[in-house]
Structures are given as structure tokens and as C-alpha cells.
Design a protein around this ligand. Sequence first.
Ligand SMILES: [Zn+2]
Ligand SMILES: [Zn+2]
Length: 167
Amino acid sequence: MRLSLIFVGNFREKKFAEEVVTSSGIGLKGTFVERVENFRDCYSASRNQYDAACMLGILENKYDKPFLALFTEDIYIEGMNFVFGVAIPSVGCVVSDFRLRSRKKETYFSRLRKEILHELGHVVGLGHCKHPWVMAFSNSLEEVDLKSDSFCSKCRKKFSERIKVEW
Ligand SMILES: [Zn+2]
Ligand SMILES: [Zn+2]
């Protein structure tokens, strides 16, 4: 599976993100794209956040699927105060590092790795799994920090089968 990795705006940790998606456990091949998208039409002034569903719609029309877009502004979907990321199965996902930041670099990287893997899991069709695996749903940073950055054996198997067969 080739993944379009889209670095949006001033997302900085490009090398790290590349490593996460191409690391042995995941084994995706990336087609790396760098774009400055302003997503002006997706911005909600009243919330001071970007509508992730709107962003996914724009990305879906512009880039090869599946894609992973990394963003630095706060994102939400209707009905939730915020999200760390959102995915559409077989299409792509957006992950924002806005709420993942930490004074400790390793904490930030650990969070970012988990959220990237989690959303990519949804992209290949995985649902939520139980704690402490990476596909566990996390609604807060505490939950992100408490879970592992690994897929359980079932999810891992599904993941590797799907990226072999599809796309
Ligand atoms: Zn999820
Ligand atoms: Zn699992």
C-alpha cells in the first residue's frame, strides 16, 4: 500500500512521521507530498477550530488515496469538542498535533505515533479495540498516554493483511 503523506502548513516533524509510517511493524510505502493548504473554508471562527470532515472532503478530491494529512491546528467533528484525528475507511485520515504537544519531546512523539497509527488503523478498516492497545478509543490526553503504541495481535494481523491485498 502506498500512502500519500501530506504535510499541511507548518507541520514540522516530517522525518518522524515518515519513520512511523514506514517502520517495519507497519511497512507502508509513502508517497510524500508537501502542501500548504489553508483550509479556509473549513475554519469555524466561532469555535476557532477546523472542521475535520470538511478537510477530509477537500483532501479526498485532491490526493491519491489512501492519505494521511498532518495538521497543526485544532480540529473537531460535529458533536465533539475536539478530536485528535479523524479517518474515513479506505480513503484517508487527518491527524492534528495541536493537542498532543508537550514540553517533553518524547511525550509528544509518543502521542503523535499513537494517533497516527490509530487513524491509519481506521483507514484500513479496523474498529476500536480494547485498552491498552493502540486502537483503543481515546478521548483525552491521559487516555492517549496510558495506551500502548502497538496493535493487539488480531488488529496487527488484520492490518498487515489489508495493506497487502488492498490498494
Ligand atoms: Zn478511533
Ligand atoms: Zn486490537
